[in-house]
Design a protein around this ligand. Structure first.
Ligand code: BDR
Ligand code: CA
Length: 314
């Protein structure tokens, strides 16, 4: 059996971030979580740092180190998404305040130090929020860029447009300068855009199979998803809402669930109208460098089966 793949999860929980973290926790044979770094995004940093620890405790993983990272985007005022995730970011279930401590080290320094200390090409970054921490790490320590095995990120959208503006997806919109730094860095990127996540609806039968697991983490997750989907159900009239962030972890476990292609991706940082847009050269109409594997399709039933199977292992 191969050694588990080492990952750092960078996140702004968020109910769907919680699902991604839980998917990793349920996959200990394949994934070793070296640490969780938090970033301001869905809610301010103090809450994302609280929520990350709540998820660890819910899953009985007090051994996981949680590091608070950037409390605001590189060059802009923070935009948050309480209208989607609720006041706490994890609205839905009743959750106890965390008792485990945050690490003293800054999240950005943890990313830099880990990439320097672990063997070159062994650490994967899995990002579920704005790319502020990763961009800051790359700016502070350019030597670490070449040491990253892969960066698997949830963010952007092309064929589906945006979810916070007509052109932009939330994670990229919040910190487009950070996204720009990361997409220009040369790091190998796998991008999970809205084009994929909008195919992953939390339909009733799928959520029921999670509820049937019956454990406290599974029940809390179901209550989170039921809260989280209400916004999209009202907006799109669908059976369930899209589940975004666990696509990243699912890709690490079962890449065959996803299909996409290598493309050039550029980030709009200037236009007021389209700031945060991910301009994907899907048809290869330019000679610009192919800097990301952009996913477009997913086996939705296979994805939810994986999620349910792994939640049951927690
Ligand atoms: C992304 O934005 C956040 O609200 C979600 O957690 C996800 O990371 C989807 O656009
Ligand atoms: Ca997120």
């Amino acid at each position: 059996m191969a050694e588990p793949r080492k990952i750092i999860i960078d996140t702004d929980p968020g109910q769907d971030d919680a699902a991604a973290i839980m998917l990793a926790f349920g996959s200990r044979e394949e994934l070793e979580v070296l640490g969780i770094t938090t970033v301001a995004g869905n809610v301010p940093l103090s809450l994302t740092s609280r929520n990350a620890r709540i998820i660890c405790e819910l899953c009985d993983r007090r051994d996981i180190k949680v590091f608070a990272g950037a409390d605001r985007p590189i060059a802009r005022k923070l935009v948050t998404a309480e209208h989607v995730h609720g006041k706490t970011g994890l609205d839905g279930p009743e959750l106890a305040e965390p008792t485990m401590a945050l690490q003293a080290q800054h999240g950005v320094d943890f990313i830099v130090e880990t990439l320097r200390n672990e063997p070159e090409g062994s650490v994967t970054l899995c990002t579920l929020g704005p790319l502020t921490n990763v961009a800051m790490a790359f700016q502070k320590a350019p030597d670490v860029v070449g040491r990253v095995r892969e960066l698997v990120m949830m963010g952007g959208g092309f064929f589906e447009g945006g979810n916070i503006t007509p052109a932009a997806e939330f994670n990229i919109y919040v910190d487009p300068e950070a996204a720009d730094i990361v997409f220009r860095s040369g790091v190998p990127i796998v991008m999970m855009p809205l084009d994929v996540t909008h195919q992953l609806l939390t339909k009733k039968d799928r959520v029921q199979r999670m509820a049937d697991i019956g454990t406290p983490p599974a029940i809390a997750m179901v209550e989170m998803l039921q809260f989280f989907e209400r916004f999209d159900v009202e907006k799109y009239g669908s059976d369930g809402g899209p589940l975004h962030d666990p696509t990243t972890v699912a890709y690490l476990l079962k890449p065959e669930l996803f299909q996409g292609r290598e493309c050039n991706v550029e980030i709009e940082t200037k236009s007021e109208l389209t700031v945060g847009m991910t301009v994907v050269d899907w048809w290869h109409v330019t000679d610009r460098k192919r800097n990301a594997k952009v996913m477009r399709n997913v086996d939705a039933d296979g994805f939810f089966a994986l999620l349910t199977e792994r939640f049951a292992r927690i």
